[in-house]
Design a protein around this ligand. Structure first.
Ligand code: DC
Length: 229
């Protein structure tokens, strides 16, 4: 069967990664969560004190970019690849609200984007990949055979994220999560470089009122149709 590139973009907490993971599994494709890469760079910046200690030192972060080694390593048990930052599994550490609060600023830095986009292009060059993020269909793989743009209302998305964080044992307040979702929407879609926007040839997918099973079936059928074409 022909192997294609599938780009899934959209706002935060639209369930992109859950769906992308399922789709990759069903097609035996590689799944790449590019948000995890921006989160790992953010975690690095926090650990090294470039952000979070009063004044942000983005120049310092840019100078240290070559010290950052990012790697995905497939976990059989979980069924997806976990993020490693300089050899350490940071899959859990990159999902905190603290990292979510800082990640949009880091994702605005030109040099950070250049580094990560290059890595992403390399990871997808053999095709047979499902990559999710904000600029995959517009910047990373503008020639992807299938582009999906996912949306859902901010309240629905915040509620999903809130439940996820609670399940992990994080002590969070719904209003804070909603505020974070709205702030990130704004920054992600208004930044100068590679803002989040639907590619002209992307299929829009609003899942505000759709269960996971239905979403997967629709997307899977659509992907098989594109692969067959
Ligand atoms: O998908 P996520 O919520 O884990 O992404 C975290 C942040 O990373 C998000 O606020 C925007 C940024 N991001 C980006 O700018 N470009 C991407 N391709 C993926 C994520």
């Amino acid at each position: 069967m022909k192997r294609i590139t599938i780009a899934i973009d959209g706002f935060s907490s639209t369930g992109k990664s859950t769906l992308a993971k399922q789709l990759a599994k069903a097609l035996s494709y590689v799944y790449v969560d590019t948000g995890a890469m921006y989160r790992a760079v953010t975690l690095f910046a926090m650990q090294k004190g470039f952000i979070g200690s009063g004044k942000n030192d983005f120049d310092g972060l840019v100078r240290s970019l070559e010290d950052i080694v990012l790697k995905f390593s497939y976990n059989e048990e979980l069924g997806f690849a976990e993020m490693f930052l300089n050899g350490k599994n940071v899959e859990k550490d990159i999902r905190t609200l603290e990292v979510s609060r800082n990640v949009s600023q880091v994702a605005e830095i030109e040099e950070v984007r250049a580094k990560l986009v290059e890595l992403q292009k390399e990871m997808g060059k053999e095709k047979g990949v499902v990559m999710d993020g904000r600029d995959i269909g517009t910047v990373v793989f503008p020639n992807a055979e299938l582009k999906i743009f996912m949306t859902a209302s901010p309240e629905k998305r915040a509620y999903r994220r809130y439940k996820e964080l609670l399940e992990r044992g994080d002590n969070v307040v719904y209003e804070d999560v909603l505020e974070n979702v709205q702030k990130r929407d704004y920054i992600d879609s208004h930044r100068e470089i590679s803002p989040l926007k639907k590619a002209d040839d992307a299929v829009e997918f609003d899942n505000s009122d759709m269960g996971l099973k239905e979403q997967f079936e629709r997307l899977h059928n659509h992907a098989l149709h594109v692969i067959d074409r």
